[in-house]
Design a protein around this ligand. Structure first.
Ligand code: PRX
Length: 635
């Protein structure tokens, strides 16, 4: 059951201009795709050669213990070696690495040299606090330059980071701290959003109470409001960075290509989030190659990935890949519509952004305010646009292309996942586009659409999206849970050895891929990924709720909105006040993104005889569609 539905206009073509093709980093997709297909190992070895290594690999791919693939075996490297160290020995030391704008208008620019120094200083701080190679560090911050500094400092000293998105509640934060067993947590006093303060440190205090494994909290001062600082546990970042120990020279830890770089928690089909593990070697090779080729990054580009660093998009394409390529990456702290709906367009014009990468939900949100807002600004610096996170509906695609891109910028619609580390299905600038299709697989990626038995489906028919061969930035495991890694991604097509993405997709008569949506109990709401089980367990943790079921209903703006059904405990009556209370409870337990749009109180839920809730039936009912096969329904 796909979460989204639209009829793809499979015959509408947008061909790239001859100029775009001629100047592209990869002018001929087919040739590169074929060469990768002929010799995958040689293809990725050639890409890995573009990076610095302390020691080159002995073997490109070790597939002797599937699905625990290893890449660049024997290679020694560090993310910080390629993202920072190698640049400061060249002219790029004076190039801007990060341009940051606060929601309040404050601006900070960091050259590669300056960023390298700040990272070194913070690496020394972390080391002095006892953080060693292999220790997990949790990062829970707003969108400030220090989040990139913290991530890079962790990479530098070989301490895997676990960034938790600043919109998550203390319960979500606590369970992620617990799972990673982080002794050190880095946060901010608060974050600015829509002119208001999000009180991050208060959330941290509650989370640490629930997960006392944390011994040290480092706090970046951003909003300056009053917060509690616990003596012996909490330290101001600026105080630590002023200590003599925070020198600008720091050794980069020599890491094995397969050593963990980070854990990033994402929603799955159970209530417990999965810690997706990525490593230093293959992840560098894959993210930098995909960014360079799909978005055609050039030395003079100003790249703006408008995601949050707390999601995989931000990890791979705000922080790591742009820095590896020596690009200038823009970070904006706040809301796209603050103080007015032209904030983003003003940023594009002010900084001369040449490539903008965002999500369909943001495009639809800005589209609502009309063309006058973008028209007030000079957007002529833009040369490519990107989309990620959910299928882009053709109407939003055309608006983005026409109004923002002035009909000259290709829309790079990238399909990928937290687990894939980088773009998997995406056009390169030389590929013809169809609105709503992520087009073709990236070179080296073997995608197919198959039925439940693994038989490829016919053109324009829906099936399961699978990846048939390994790639360098693939998830290595679910942190601490190899079993779950296997059951989630590899069990279904175990005989064939294919990776199951969890998405429904189709391929049209031109070989173009159309991703329709999730086909498991994962929802995409405003591009955020949420497990129905997470919202459900948030609801049942309220004393009035006995049982609940959550579904996604298509929504014009958000892609999906959350509908919840609740059975109340004996003796509790439903009311509007209770509905409001439950929404507030979910906000507190899970986070604002998980709040249901509507809660319906019911006496029972449709279940299979084995007791599994049939969300499919609830959804069909809510949409007024036929209920389908009810043979497994209990009652
Ligand atoms: O359903 C697909 C959807 O987002 C899911 C992955 O979510 P997450 O791990 O949070 O990563 C999002 C950013 C990479 C996928 O299983 N998705 C992502 N990009 C697209 C998409 N669906 C359609 N088109 C896309 N371009």
């Amino acid at each position: 059951m796909a979460e989204q539905g639209f009829t793809p206009p499979t015959s509408e073509w947008y061909r790239p201009s001859a100029d775009m093709v001629a100047q592209a980093n990869v002018p001929d997709y087919e040739t590169v795709y074929d060469s990768a297909r002929q010799d995958l190992a040689a293809f990725w070895a050639e890409r890995a050669e573009t990076l610095d290594w302390y020691r080159k690999w002995d073997q490109v791919l070790d597939d002797s213990n599937k699905p625990f693939y290893k890449w660049f075996v024997g290679g020694k490297t560090n993310m910080a070696l390629n993202a920072l160290d190698r640049h400061v020995n060249t002219w790029r030391r004076n190039k801007l690495a990060i341009i940051w704008e606060g929601e309040d208008g404050e601006q900070i620019s960091l050259s590669y040299w300056r960023l390298w120094q700040e990272v070194n200083k913070f690496a020394n701080v972390l080391r002095s606090m006892g953080v060693a190679k292999g220790d997990r560090v949790t990062i829970y911050m707003g969108r400030v330059p220090e989040i990139a500094i913290a991530m890079l400092a962790c990479a530098k000293i070989g301490a895997p980071h676990s960034v938790v998105y600043g919109g998550f509640s203390e319960q979500a934060l606590a369970s992620r701290i617990e799972d990673a067993q982080s002794k050190v947590l880095i946060t901010c006093d608060g974050a600015w959003l829509r002119g208001k303060i999000v009180r991050l440190k208060d959330t941290v205090d509650e989370a640490v109470q629930r997960s006392p494994v944390v011994e040290t909290v480092i706090v970046v001062k951003r909003t300056g409001h009053d917060i509690a600082m616990e003596s012996g546990r909490d330290y101001w970042y600026h105080d630590l960075m002023a200590l003599p120990i925070a020198s600008t020279q720091a050794e980069t830890e020599i890491m094995d290509a397969e050593d963990p770089l980070f854990i990033l928690y994402t929603s799955g089909t159970t209530g417990k989030p999965k810690g997706v593990l990525h490593t230093h070697g293959g992840y560098q090779v894959y993210t930098s190659t995909t960014l360079e080729w799909a978005f055609d990054i050039k030395e003079e580009d100003r790249w703006w990935c408008a995601a949050d660093p707390g999601w995989i998009t931000g990890h791979s394409y705000i922080v790591y890949a742009p820095l590896i390529l020596g690009a200038t990456s823009i970070i904006y702290e706040g809301a796209p519509t603050y103080p007015y709906p032209d904030r983003w367009w003003k940023i594009v014009a002010d900084y001369g952004v040449s490539i903008l990468y965002t999500a369909p939900t943001a495009i639809r949100g800005l589209m609502r305010f009309g063309e006058a807002w973008p028209r007030r600004h000079d957007l002529s610096s833009l040369r490519l646009l990107g989309s990620v996170g959910e299928p882009i509906n053709p109407e939003a695609w055309r608006w983005y292309h026409r109004v923002i891109g002035g009909e000259r910028c290709p829309i790079i619609d990238t399909w990928w996942q937290t687990e894939t580390g980088g773009f998997m299905i995406t056009p390169l600038p030389s590929v013809g586009l169809k609105p709503g299709s992520a087009t073709r697989p990236f070179p080296g990626i073997d995608v197919d659409i198959v039925d439940d038995d693994g038989v490829p489906v016919a053109a324009n028919e829906d099936g399961n999206l699978v990846i048939k061969s390994p790639w360098p930035s693939m998830i290595r495991t679910v942190y601490g849970d190899d079993e779950r890694f296997i059951s989630q991604y590899w069990e279904k097509y175990r005989d064939q050895g294919w990776y199951l993405a969890g998405d429904t997709a189709r391929r049209d008569e031109d070989g173009y891929l159309w991703v329709i949506g999730r086909n498991d109990d994962v929802l995409k709401v405003s591009g955020y990924r949420l497990g129905t089980a997470e919202v459900e367990s948030g609801l049942v943790s309220h004393s009035a709720v006995a049982e609940s079921a959550v579904i996604g209903i298509p929504d014009e703006l958000r892609g999906n909105k959350i509908f919840a059904y609740c059975i109340l405990v004996e003796g509790v009556d439903s009311s509007d006040a209770l509905e409001a209370e439950l929404k507030a409870h979910v906000r507190h337990e899970v986070g604002p993104i998980a709040v249901p749009a509507q809660i319906e109180f019911v006496d029972n839920l449709p279940k299979t005889r084995s007791g599994k809730i049939m969300r499919r039936v609830l959804k069909a009912q809510a949409l007024g569609q036929p209920l389908g096969d009810l043979s497994t329904l209990e009652d």
